[in-house]
Ligand binder design. Structure first.
Ligand code: HEM
Length: 503
């Protein structure tokens, strides 16, 4: 009897709650939610695409139910402005699902923290001390070293007689830059050698990151239904183990730093900077650990994803690749390699990076915000506690903002400089990415080296001489890699001695 009564009463509570909300609040329209699961089962794996399709039916502001949690998705610049500017403060909390809540220890770092004194303290440290223009200069040699190491490694692999003419997995090389850059920037250490072989600490590091990313579709649904979460006890144990391993790793890195046993490691890095600022900003070691650890995930995938998508577009659009190379040859020539100082003289290349971010923002729904008060967006009520997403992926394809939106045409950024809330790869407002400048610089520098040093094409398809079609679909997740990693064939453009003397 209890087995029948329990689900019945759950359905009754859900329907009563929905009715109450319907009468009390004027919510945005959206797909009809089923009891208990809401719209979860109808949702495609790649949410930005699914929400884009739904927005064509229900309009640019939609209600979507993740179980019994209300989420609002906005998909045009005017509504994005209302979220990120007009109601910025009221919508500055973070929505954390069950996994994010656990893995972030309920928002101990910056990324998943709710807006409040703890958040403001960490954000201030980030903006003033870690991502200032001065700091961008201080860590420039790290970016340049790592990008040069990437070129050297591609050169080595593509000139290997066994692999000559074979396609390379681009993600392997851009991912190594992103990983080494972030570990050197944060902890002053490279956790692997020149050939990409990880040391013990590095292997533990990578294992800990990949374990964090492993989750299944069943899990994704169940975690949104609070009264079903008891079935997640194996995952609960798994997450606790991930956090314990992470703590151990953090301690090992901190201890190495304290003992000054970094050998050839950097002297200047974020950990050292934060430890020296502990008193000034009232930071505990716990604060520092949480802040830096969050940045690993925020700053690693986003960089690799941006570079991989940009390369895919450049191979699909050989005229754009050729134009970018023509600019590089004109400004730099073929007798030396690129430096970061050259970027300001490469306006077309900068537009290539922007155009790639427009069509393929690495976090297509940004990171979820949450209302800390009742607000109105687009004339609809957004009750306190609601999760709010800005579909940056959809806005980048809005024909009202972008002419011929599906075409990869970097020139559009030369013709029109201001795109306001139509171009939001880094978000906007008080939760905007604090590393937007670093991110843009590193991605542009990677593209500069990749295009100056090599000409890129698709491997021939197995059927014939035609280049293989590139699959431009996304993998699901908060950050969206290419579903099928890009494979491309590099051809040398410079004299061999320049590759050999890269480092
Ligand atoms: C192309 C590269 C990058 C892109 C496209 C990007 C994009 C974003 C976006 C969309 C957000 C959320 C904004 C919001 O919620 O309103 C964000 C937040 C954040 N990003 Fe980035 N990011 C990039 C690189 C980086 C790097 C390299 C780092 C660190 C080294 C970083 C650190 C952060 C942090 C700490 C936050 C949280 C800010 C907050 O909640 O206040 N990002 N990023």
């Amino acid at each position: 009897m209890a087995l029948v009564l329990l689900p019945m009463s759950m359905i009754f509570i859900f329907l009563a709650y929905k009715l109450y909300n319907k009468l009390r609040f004027k919510l945005p329209p959206g797909p009809y939610p089923l009891p208990i699961i809401g719209n979860l089962c109808a949702m495609g794996a790649v949410k930005s695409r699914c929400f884009f399709e739904w927005s064509q039916v229900y309009g640019p502001i939609m209600s979507v139910w993740f179980g019994s949690n209300l989420h609002i998705v906005v998909s045009n610049p005017e509504l994005a402005k209302q979220v990120l500017k007009d109601n910025d403060e009221q919508l500055a909390n973070r929505y954390k699902n069950w996994t994010h809540s656990r893995l972030s220890r309920n928002g101990k770092g910056l990324i998943w923290a709710d807006y409040g004194p703890h958040y403001s303290k960490l954000r201030k440290v980030c903006v003033l001390e870690l991502f200032s223009t001065k700091s961008l200069e201080t860590y420039r040699h790290i970016r340049e070293d790592e990008v040069r190491a990437m070129v050297k490694s591609i050169f080595k692999d593509c000139t290997n007689p066994c692999d000559y003419g074979r396609g390379l997995v681009v993600k392997k090389y851009v991912g190594a830059v992103a990983f080494n850059n972030i570990t050197r920037l944060l902890f002053g250490q490279r956790f692997g050698n020149e050939d990409g072989v990880l040391n013990k600490l590095g292997a533990e590091f990578v294992a800990s990151l990949s374990k964090k990313a492993e989750r299944g579709a069943f899990f994704a649904i169940v975690q949104e239904i609070w009264w079903l979460r008891w079935v997640l006890w194996p995952q609960r144990i798994g997450l606790a183990k991930i956090l314990a391993d992470e703590d151990q790793l953090k301690r090992a890195i901190m201890e190495e730093h304290m003992q000054g046993s970094q050998g050839q490691g950097e002297k200047k890095h974020f950990l050292a900077a934060l430890l020296s600022l502990q008193e000034k900003h009232d930071l505990t070691q716990d604060n520092i650990g949480a802040l830096l650890w969050g940045m690993v995930s925020a700053g690693m995938d986003t960089i690799a994803i941006s570079a991989e998508w940009a390369m895919a577009e450049l191979i699909k659009n050989p005229t754009v690749q050729w134009k970018a190379q023509e600019e590089l040859d004109r400004v730099i020539g073929l007798d030396r390699t690129v430096t970061e100082a050259d970027i300001s003289n490469l306006p077309y290349l900068k537009c290539v990076a922007k155009e790639a971010l427009r069509l393929h923002p690495p976090t297509p729904l940004m990171l979820p915000h949450r209302a800390n008060a009742n607000v109105k967006i687009g004339g609809y009520d957004i009750p306190k506690g609601t999760a709010v997403h800005v579909n940056v992926w959809a806005i980048g394809r809005d024909p009202k903002v972008w002419q011929d939106p599906y075409r990869f045409r970097p020139e559009r950024f030369i013709e029109t400089k201001e795109h306001g809330f139509g171009f939001l790869p880094f978000g906007a407002g008080r939760r905007m990415c604090p590393a937007a400048q670093v991110g843009t610089t590193l991605v542009t520098l990677m593209l500069a080296h990749l295009l100056h040093s090599f000409a890129w094409s698709s491997p021939a398809s197995p059927e014939g001489l035609q280049p293989k079609e590139i699959d431009m679909s996304e993998s699901p997740g908060l950050v969206c890699y290419m579903r099928i990693p890009l494979i491309a064939v590099p051809r040398l453009r410079l004299h061999q001695h320049l590759y050999k003397h890269m480092l």
